[in-house]
Each structure stands twice: as C-alpha cells, then as structure tokens.
Write a protein that binds this ligand. Structure first.
Ligand code: PLP
Length: 392
C-alpha cells in the first residue's frame, strides 16, 4: 500500500468493528452443528405487508416512476406523510416545507449532522444509544458529549449535569424514544421541559422516532413535534423499516422545522438523488392501511416480549421491562463485561445477543435481546439458558 492509499483520518478514527469476534463465534458454533437462537440484530423476521408489496408491483411498472425522483420526495409521498403525522400524532406539518423523504432514517440522521455540525461544535448524545449519532457528529468534525442514561431515571438523560462550557458549544441534542436498546418510552413532561431548555440554550433537538409505532400501550405513541414550541427547534426522523418490516426497502422521512429541513435537503441534493418513486408510492399506500396492520404486529411483539421476559425471570435475570421498540435490555452478571458475557452465551447456549458496550460506555453491564424471531424460537431460550455454567 502506498502512502496515498492510506484511508482518510475520518475512516482511521472510526472505532473497530465490535461484531467481528461475535460473528466468528457464531460461525464456530454453527460449524459444530449446534443451532443458534439469534436474538442479536434488530431486523424484523416478519414480511412487509402484502398491500405494500402489491402497490410496489404496480408502481414499479410505470415509466414515470423509473426516472430520477425529486430530491425532497414526491408530492404524493409528502402529502401522505403530513396526513399520517396529523392522524397518528396530532401534528400539523406543511408537506411542501416541513417534510422530506429519506433513504431510511439512518441516512437522514447521518447527513443531518453534516449540515449543522462544524469542527468545534458539540452534539449531546444519549448513552446507551444508536451509534450513528456519535459517529456522524465525529465524521462532521464535531465532538460527541455523551449523556449517560440510567435505569433508575427511566433512561432519560440528566440534562442538568451538562457543564455550561459544553452547552455553549452544543448544537444538537439527540433523543430516541421508544428507545433502542432499552425499550424505554417518552416521558412527555420531561420532554416538554426539554423543549423549553433547548430553546433557552439555542439547541436543535433531533428525535429519532424509528420505533414510534412500536409501543405496547397505544397511549405511549407520541411525537415530540406535538409539544408546544417544538416546531421552532425540532427535526424528527421517522422510518418505515420497523413499522412495516421494510428494513431492506430503505425509506424514511424527516419532519419538522423548515430551516432544519432545508439544510438537510441542501446536503442531500449534493450527495444523493432521492428515494425510488415506486418505493415512495408503495410506502404512501402502506400509510393509509397502517392501523389495522400495526395492531397485529404489536400484538405479536407483545407475545414475544412476554415469553422472553418470563423466561429471563425464571432464570433470575434482571431486565428493564420494555414499553416500546422490540428489545429487552438485560443485566449481565456482576463483574462480567457485556462482550465476554455475549461470547459466553453464544458458546455455551447458542443464544446470540448484542453486548451493551456496543451502544456506548453506559451500556456496559447489559446485553440486548431482539424480539425478531418467532415465539417458538424465543421459547428455546429457556432450555438453552439451563446450559449456562455461570448463574446470573
Ligand atoms: N434509529 C434507530 C434507533 C434504529 O435502531 C435504527 C435501525 O436499527 C435506525 C434509526 C435506522 O433505521 P432505518 O435507516 O432502517 O430507517
């Protein structure tokens, strides 16, 4: 390799790939002919609903859908999203100025920081949390200030602990409810206070609402944009991935403050060429039939959640009872690092989880179970756990 082939600093500075060793361990178990119970990744096992697939089959044949799409998303898609935000969250959004299509919410979240973080700026990042908030801040030249979230405070960060010197440089506060990895849901009162606090400090709030529809009590369905004054400082990111089992389709949307939406759009017009129109139209068709589909989906996750938490209780595990998303955040035995515990679980029981340390330092001491396997598979955790040599 010549000196000039050396990757850029921003790549060299990326953290090492945590899952390499775990992947190797999984392969070793399979090579011994032992089965895995894979509760590691958050990729739904269930299919995209047929009404979305059928709409896609229709739209893909239309020549007009085979061209470059509009950067901000088609008018039909943005109108459908505005209708969805009104019906599901009581939020009014102007489809022309306050809504845009994304190639999945990850893409939008990642690019947003490029539009708003300069070197020297700080992002306030929940820990444990989805790793993209920190990485995209750093790729943009900024610094992530981690906000540890504890179980006893409902996995809500203590904003009063942030030093004044950090607040001065902070531009973005990321929040994610229902939360990956903990399953905590939004505490409206605290969020309302947070909007007031963010305005006082001139901060942008970026709520990641990827799991907004996966709540076990319908009363927990919530958009931060419904709070008074939120429109002044919020850009909220939504996804079709988890709501409609569409992780592979790559579609989501951003909704919120007009200036923040146009900044993101400016970045994206220079970097990508929008979402395939057929996918936008199929997704818009999906939104119109969401409620009936979603009831069944959430009921299924509830069955899985109850099966897994009952098994964990029987085996003496401590876990945070999830109110949303499709994860169970469970404590490791004292004194064992989450990665070591993950490796041991795979090796001795075939159960695959995600180590909490992959979500930040505050995730250490936990593992995340994903409920993305049928309940029959989840029930096998009971027998598998009896094989583990270390008692929890
Ligand atoms: N946000 C959170 C918290 C997630 O867990 C995920 C995916 O796992 C995403 C965003 C990204 O979802 P997508 O890019 O598929 O919309």
């Amino acid at each position: 390799m010549t000196q000039k082939m050396k990757p850029a600093r921003r790549i060299l500075d990326l953290p090492p790939y945590l899952f390499k060793e775990i992947d190797d361990k999984k392969r070793a178990v399979l090579a011994q002919g032992r089965p895995l119970i894979n509760l590691g990744i958050g990729d739904p096992d269930l299919p995209t609903p047929s009404f979305v697939v059928e709409a896609m089959a229709r739209e893909i044949r239309r020549t007009e859908n085979q061209k470059y799409p509009a950067y901000e998303g088609s008018a039909a898609f943005r109108k459908a999203v505005a209708g969805y935000m009104r019906e599901r969250f009581g939020v009014e959004a102007d489809p022309d100025r306050e809504v845009m299509a994304l190639i999945g919410s990850k893409e939008g979240i990642a690019h947003f920081a490029w539009g708003f973080i300069d070197p020297g700026d700080i992002s306030l990042v929940p820990d444990p949390g989805y790793p993209v908030y920190r990485i995209t801040t750093e790729l943009s030249g900024g610094t992530a200030y981690m906000l540890p979230m504890e179980e006893r405070s409902g996995f809500f960060p203590d904003l009063s602990e942030i030093p004044e010197s950090v607040l001065k440089k902070a531009k973005i506060l990321y929040l994610n409810y229902p939360n990956n990895p903990t399953g905590a849901v939004a505490d409206r009162e605290r969020l309302a206070e947070t909007v007031v606090w963010a305005k006082k400090h001139g901060l942008i709030i970026v709520p990641d609402a990827a799991y907004a529809e996966i709540v076990y009590d319908p009363g927990d369905r919530f958009s931060l944009l419904s709070l008074p004054g939120a429109r002044d400082v919020v850009i909220e990111f939504h996804s079709f991935s988890k709501t409609f089992n569409m992780t592979g389709w790559r579609i989501g949307f951003a909704v919120g403050n007009q200036t923040l939406i146009s900044g993101l759009l400016k970045i994206k017009t220079n970097l990508d060429s929008g979402v395939f129109d057929a996918i936008q139209l199929a997704s818009a068709a999906g939104l119109s039939r969401l409620p009936s589909f979603l009831d069944g989906l959430v009921a299924e996750y509830k069955i899985r959640k109850e099966a897994l938490t009952e098994i964990l209780s029987i085996h003496g595990w401590k876990f945070f009872p999830p109110a949303g998303a499709f994860y169970v955040w469970a404590e490791c035995p004292k004194g064992i690092a989450s990665k070591d515990w993950t490796m041991r679980l795979i090796g001795q029981t075939g159960i695959v989880t995600t180590p909490g340390s992959g979500f930040g330092n505050a995730g250490e001491g936990y593992v995340r179970f994903s409920l993305t396997q049928p309940v029959q598979v989840i029930r096998r955790v009971d027998e598998a756990l009896s094989k583990i040599l270390v008692k929890v």
